[in-house]
Design a protein around this ligand. Structure first.
Ligand SMILES: [Zn+2]
Ligand SMILES: [Zn+2]
Length: 286
Protein backbone atom coordinates (compact mmCIF):
# COMPACT_ATOMS: atom_id res chain seq x y z
CA UNK A 1 0.00 0.00 0.00
CA UNK A 2 1.26 3.45 -0.83
CA UNK A 3 0.84 7.08 0.13
CA UNK A 4 -2.26 9.21 -0.29
CA UNK A 5 -0.57 11.44 -2.84
CA UNK A 6 0.58 8.85 -5.31
CA UNK A 7 -2.04 6.15 -5.65
CA UNK A 8 -3.58 4.20 -8.55
CA UNK A 9 -6.63 3.02 -6.69
CA UNK A 10 -8.36 4.43 -3.64
CA UNK A 11 -10.67 2.13 -1.71
CA UNK A 12 -12.97 3.43 1.02
CA UNK A 13 -15.31 1.41 3.22
CA UNK A 14 -18.76 2.95 3.80
CA UNK A 15 -20.51 -0.15 5.12
CA UNK A 16 -18.87 -3.33 6.42
CA UNK A 17 -21.62 -5.00 8.49
CA UNK A 18 -23.53 -8.00 7.21
CA UNK A 19 -27.23 -8.82 7.20
CA UNK A 20 -28.77 -5.74 8.90
CA UNK A 21 -27.70 -2.22 9.90
CA UNK A 22 -26.36 -2.51 13.43
CA UNK A 23 -26.11 0.71 15.40
CA UNK A 24 -24.69 0.72 18.93
CA UNK A 25 -21.71 1.66 20.99
CA UNK A 26 -20.23 -1.83 20.63
CA UNK A 27 -19.67 -1.39 16.90
CA UNK A 28 -18.06 2.05 16.81
CA UNK A 29 -14.69 0.75 15.60
CA UNK A 30 -15.82 -1.43 12.67
CA UNK A 31 -19.15 0.26 11.96
CA UNK A 32 -22.78 -0.76 11.65
CA UNK A 33 -23.74 0.11 8.05
CA UNK A 34 -24.37 -2.69 5.56
CA UNK A 35 -22.08 -3.29 2.54
CA UNK A 36 -20.88 -0.43 0.40
CA UNK A 37 -17.30 0.00 -0.83
CA UNK A 38 -16.13 2.89 -2.99
CA UNK A 39 -13.24 2.32 -5.38
CA UNK A 40 -11.76 5.18 -7.41
CA UNK A 41 -9.52 4.35 -10.34
CA UNK A 42 -8.36 7.68 -11.76
CA UNK A 43 -11.55 9.60 -12.56
CA UNK A 44 -13.77 6.52 -12.62
CA UNK A 45 -16.07 5.81 -9.69
CA UNK A 46 -16.87 2.19 -8.90
CA UNK A 47 -19.22 1.35 -6.04
CA UNK A 48 -19.60 -2.20 -4.75
CA UNK A 49 -23.04 -2.82 -3.29
CA UNK A 50 -25.69 -0.35 -2.21
CA UNK A 51 -26.15 -1.25 1.45
CA UNK A 52 -26.93 1.40 4.05
CA UNK A 53 -23.35 2.71 3.77
CA UNK A 54 -24.34 4.19 0.38
CA UNK A 55 -26.34 6.87 2.17
CA UNK A 56 -23.21 8.28 3.77
CA UNK A 57 -21.18 7.92 0.60
CA UNK A 58 -23.87 9.98 -1.17
CA UNK A 59 -23.57 12.73 1.43
CA UNK A 60 -19.79 12.82 1.07
CA UNK A 61 -19.98 12.91 -2.75
CA UNK A 62 -22.53 15.71 -2.68
CA UNK A 63 -20.22 17.75 -0.50
CA UNK A 64 -17.18 17.00 -2.67
CA UNK A 65 -18.70 17.25 -6.14
CA UNK A 66 -21.87 19.29 -5.75
CA UNK A 67 -23.86 19.30 -8.94
CA UNK A 68 -20.91 18.73 -11.24
CA UNK A 69 -22.00 16.07 -13.83
CA UNK A 70 -20.75 12.67 -12.73
CA UNK A 71 -21.20 9.02 -13.53
CA UNK A 72 -21.24 6.27 -10.90
CA UNK A 73 -20.88 2.58 -11.70
CA UNK A 74 -22.64 0.50 -9.05
CA UNK A 75 -21.87 -3.22 -8.99
CA UNK A 76 -24.45 -5.27 -7.12
CA UNK A 77 -23.12 -8.57 -5.77
CA UNK A 78 -26.72 -9.73 -5.24
CA UNK A 79 -30.03 -8.24 -4.20
CA UNK A 80 -30.40 -9.38 -0.60
CA UNK A 81 -31.68 -6.39 1.39
CA UNK A 82 -28.44 -5.58 3.09
CA UNK A 83 -26.87 -4.99 -0.35
CA UNK A 84 -29.52 -2.71 -1.89
CA UNK A 85 -31.31 -0.95 0.98
CA UNK A 86 -29.12 2.19 0.81
CA UNK A 87 -30.09 3.11 -2.74
CA UNK A 88 -33.33 5.03 -1.95
CA UNK A 89 -31.18 7.24 0.31
CA UNK A 90 -28.37 7.89 -2.21
CA UNK A 91 -28.54 11.67 -2.54
CA UNK A 92 -26.66 11.72 -5.87
CA UNK A 93 -29.53 9.75 -7.44
CA UNK A 94 -31.80 12.78 -6.93
CA UNK A 95 -29.65 15.10 -9.10
CA UNK A 96 -30.26 15.56 -12.85
CA UNK A 97 -26.49 15.91 -13.28
CA UNK A 98 -25.91 12.31 -12.18
CA UNK A 99 -25.80 9.22 -14.34
CA UNK A 100 -25.77 5.78 -12.72
CA UNK A 101 -24.91 2.47 -14.37
CA UNK A 102 -26.01 -0.52 -12.34
CA UNK A 103 -24.23 -3.78 -13.07
CA UNK A 104 -25.70 -7.05 -11.88
CA UNK A 105 -25.84 -10.71 -12.56
CA UNK A 106 -29.51 -11.34 -13.15
CA UNK A 107 -31.27 -10.19 -16.29
CA UNK A 108 -31.51 -6.43 -16.72
CA UNK A 109 -35.25 -6.46 -16.07
CA UNK A 110 -34.90 -8.46 -12.87
CA UNK A 111 -32.22 -6.21 -11.44
CA UNK A 112 -34.23 -3.10 -12.29
CA UNK A 113 -37.35 -4.60 -10.75
CA UNK A 114 -35.55 -5.68 -7.62
CA UNK A 115 -33.80 -2.34 -7.03
CA UNK A 116 -36.95 -0.30 -7.69
CA UNK A 117 -39.29 -2.74 -5.95
CA UNK A 118 -38.08 -1.49 -2.60
CA UNK A 119 -39.24 2.04 -3.59
CA UNK A 120 -42.87 1.13 -4.18
CA UNK A 121 -45.29 3.20 -2.11
CA UNK A 122 -45.91 0.38 0.34
CA UNK A 123 -42.24 0.34 1.32
CA UNK A 124 -40.93 3.86 0.76
CA UNK A 125 -42.47 7.36 0.52
CA UNK A 126 -40.47 8.68 -2.44
CA UNK A 127 -41.39 7.19 -5.77
CA UNK A 128 -39.13 6.34 -8.62
CA UNK A 129 -40.25 9.35 -10.66
CA UNK A 130 -38.65 11.64 -8.12
CA UNK A 131 -35.20 10.33 -8.94
CA UNK A 132 -33.89 12.95 -11.37
CA UNK A 133 -30.73 11.10 -12.35
CA UNK A 134 -30.33 9.01 -15.47
CA UNK A 135 -30.19 5.37 -14.44
CA UNK A 136 -29.14 2.47 -16.66
CA UNK A 137 -29.18 -1.24 -15.88
CA UNK A 138 -26.48 -3.42 -17.39
CA UNK A 139 -26.60 -7.16 -17.24
CA UNK A 140 -23.15 -8.70 -16.87
CA UNK A 141 -22.55 -10.87 -19.92
CA UNK A 142 -18.87 -11.54 -20.23
CA UNK A 143 -15.85 -11.69 -18.02
CA UNK A 144 -13.44 -9.99 -18.33
CA UNK A 145 -14.72 -6.69 -19.67
CA UNK A 146 -13.16 -3.23 -19.68
CA UNK A 147 -14.39 0.11 -18.40
CA UNK A 148 -12.20 3.21 -18.90
CA UNK A 149 -9.04 1.07 -18.89
CA UNK A 150 -10.13 -0.91 -15.83
CA UNK A 151 -10.27 -4.69 -16.23
CA UNK A 152 -13.31 -6.18 -14.52
CA UNK A 153 -13.75 -9.91 -13.96
CA UNK A 154 -16.47 -11.63 -12.01
CA UNK A 155 -17.41 -15.09 -10.84
CA UNK A 156 -20.30 -16.81 -9.09
CA UNK A 157 -19.94 -17.31 -5.36
CA UNK A 158 -21.63 -19.85 -3.08
CA UNK A 159 -24.71 -18.28 -1.49
CA UNK A 160 -28.43 -19.08 -1.15
CA UNK A 161 -29.15 -16.62 -4.01
CA UNK A 162 -26.98 -15.68 -6.96
CA UNK A 163 -23.98 -13.76 -5.61
CA UNK A 164 -21.06 -12.40 -7.61
CA UNK A 165 -17.45 -11.72 -6.67
CA UNK A 166 -15.53 -9.03 -8.57
CA UNK A 167 -11.86 -8.71 -9.46
CA UNK A 168 -10.66 -5.26 -10.54
CA UNK A 169 -7.27 -4.68 -12.15
CA UNK A 170 -6.02 -1.16 -12.78
CA UNK A 171 -2.39 -0.12 -13.38
CA UNK A 172 -1.33 -3.61 -12.24
CA UNK A 173 -3.08 -3.25 -8.89
CA UNK A 174 -5.66 -5.89 -8.01
CA UNK A 175 -8.71 -5.35 -5.80
CA UNK A 176 -11.15 -8.20 -5.13
CA UNK A 177 -14.61 -7.87 -3.61
CA UNK A 178 -16.02 -11.25 -2.59
CA UNK A 179 -18.76 -11.04 -0.03
CA UNK A 180 -21.72 -13.29 0.74
CA UNK A 181 -19.85 -16.45 -0.03
CA UNK A 182 -19.72 -19.76 1.81
CA UNK A 183 -16.40 -21.59 1.66
CA UNK A 184 -18.05 -24.78 2.79
CA UNK A 185 -15.98 -27.72 4.08
CA UNK A 186 -18.22 -30.03 2.00
CA UNK A 187 -15.75 -31.85 -0.31
CA UNK A 188 -17.94 -31.53 -3.44
CA UNK A 189 -18.44 -27.79 -2.99
CA UNK A 190 -14.80 -27.37 -2.06
CA UNK A 191 -13.78 -28.87 -5.38
CA UNK A 192 -15.86 -26.23 -7.19
CA UNK A 193 -14.82 -23.16 -5.28
CA UNK A 194 -11.14 -24.06 -4.85
CA UNK A 195 -10.76 -23.38 -8.57
CA UNK A 196 -13.16 -20.46 -9.12
CA UNK A 197 -12.53 -18.61 -5.84
CA UNK A 198 -8.82 -19.38 -6.12
CA UNK A 199 -8.68 -17.74 -9.57
CA UNK A 200 -10.73 -14.77 -8.38
CA UNK A 201 -8.40 -13.94 -5.49
CA UNK A 202 -5.05 -14.98 -6.99
CA UNK A 203 -2.30 -12.51 -6.01
CA UNK A 204 -4.77 -9.80 -4.98
CA UNK A 205 -3.27 -6.71 -3.40
CA UNK A 206 -6.50 -6.27 -1.47
CA UNK A 207 -9.13 -8.95 -0.87
CA UNK A 208 -12.36 -7.83 0.79
CA UNK A 209 -14.00 -11.09 1.81
CA UNK A 210 -16.95 -12.47 3.72
CA UNK A 211 -15.46 -13.69 7.03
CA UNK A 212 -18.66 -13.59 9.06
CA UNK A 213 -18.26 -16.57 11.39
CA UNK A 214 -15.86 -18.22 13.75
CA UNK A 215 -15.46 -21.97 13.25
CA UNK A 216 -17.61 -22.60 16.33
CA UNK A 217 -20.45 -20.43 15.04
CA UNK A 218 -20.32 -22.09 11.63
CA UNK A 219 -21.34 -25.43 13.17
CA UNK A 220 -24.93 -24.20 13.50
CA UNK A 221 -24.92 -21.91 10.45
CA UNK A 222 -23.76 -24.13 7.60
CA UNK A 223 -25.79 -23.42 4.47
CA UNK A 224 -26.52 -19.78 5.37
CA UNK A 225 -24.10 -18.54 2.74
CA UNK A 226 -21.22 -17.14 4.78
CA UNK A 227 -17.65 -18.17 5.50
CA UNK A 228 -15.47 -18.66 8.52
CA UNK A 229 -12.45 -16.46 9.02
CA UNK A 230 -10.30 -19.63 9.03
CA UNK A 231 -11.47 -20.87 5.62
CA UNK A 232 -10.81 -17.49 3.98
CA UNK A 233 -7.35 -17.22 5.56
CA UNK A 234 -6.54 -20.70 4.26
CA UNK A 235 -7.52 -19.76 0.69
CA UNK A 236 -5.87 -16.32 0.86
CA UNK A 237 -2.65 -17.92 2.15
CA UNK A 238 -2.67 -20.46 -0.66
CA UNK A 239 -3.26 -17.89 -3.39
CA UNK A 240 -0.74 -15.16 -2.66
CA UNK A 241 -3.16 -12.52 -1.35
CA UNK A 242 -1.25 -9.61 0.19
CA UNK A 243 -3.91 -7.89 2.31
CA UNK A 244 -7.12 -9.51 3.51
CA UNK A 245 -9.89 -7.31 4.89
CA UNK A 246 -12.44 -9.33 6.84
CA UNK A 247 -15.88 -8.04 5.80
CA UNK A 248 -19.63 -8.63 6.32
CA UNK A 249 -19.18 -8.59 10.08
CA UNK A 250 -21.83 -10.52 11.96
CA UNK A 251 -24.45 -8.21 13.56
CA UNK A 252 -23.88 -10.04 16.85
CA UNK A 253 -20.12 -9.42 16.88
CA UNK A 254 -18.81 -6.56 19.01
CA UNK A 255 -15.64 -4.64 18.14
CA UNK A 256 -13.76 -6.63 20.77
CA UNK A 257 -14.92 -9.94 19.34
CA UNK A 258 -13.87 -8.91 15.82
CA UNK A 259 -10.47 -7.87 17.21
CA UNK A 260 -10.04 -11.34 18.71
CA UNK A 261 -11.05 -13.03 15.43
CA UNK A 262 -8.46 -10.96 13.55
CA UNK A 263 -5.72 -11.63 16.14
CA UNK A 264 -6.38 -15.38 16.08
CA UNK A 265 -6.43 -15.51 12.29
CA UNK A 266 -3.04 -13.80 12.03
CA UNK A 267 -1.42 -16.79 13.70
CA UNK A 268 -2.68 -18.99 10.84
CA UNK A 269 -1.65 -16.78 7.93
CA UNK A 270 1.40 -17.34 5.77
CA UNK A 271 4.19 -14.77 5.79
CA UNK A 272 3.30 -12.01 3.32
CA UNK A 273 -0.42 -12.05 4.11
CA UNK A 274 -1.61 -9.18 6.31
CA UNK A 275 -5.07 -9.43 7.88
CA UNK A 276 -7.31 -6.58 8.98
CA UNK A 277 -10.93 -6.06 9.91
CA UNK A 278 -12.68 -3.78 7.38
CA UNK A 279 -13.54 -0.55 9.20
CA UNK A 280 -16.28 1.81 8.10
CA UNK A 281 -14.86 5.16 6.81
CA UNK A 282 -11.31 3.86 6.49
CA UNK A 283 -9.38 4.10 3.22
CA UNK A 284 -6.75 2.03 1.46
CA UNK A 285 -4.44 3.44 -1.19
CA UNK A 286 -2.90 1.14 -3.81
ZN1 LIG B 1 -25.12 -9.80 2.94
ZN1 LIG C 1 -26.68 -12.36 0.92
Amino acid sequence: MISKENYNMKIRFWGTRGSIPTPGRYVLKYGGNTPCVEVRCGETFLIFDAGSGLRELGGALLQELGTEPKKFNIFISHTHWDHIQGFPFFSMAYLPTTEIDFYGGSSVIDLEKLIYGQMEREYFPVTLSELASKINFKSLQESPFFLNGIKIEYTHLIHPSLSLGFRITYNDKIFVYATDNELSPDPDLKKVYEKSYGMLIENADVLVADCQYTSDEYKTKAGWGHSTMESVVEMASKHGVKNLFAFHHDPLHTDDEIDIMIENSRTKAVKGLSIFGAKEKSSIYL
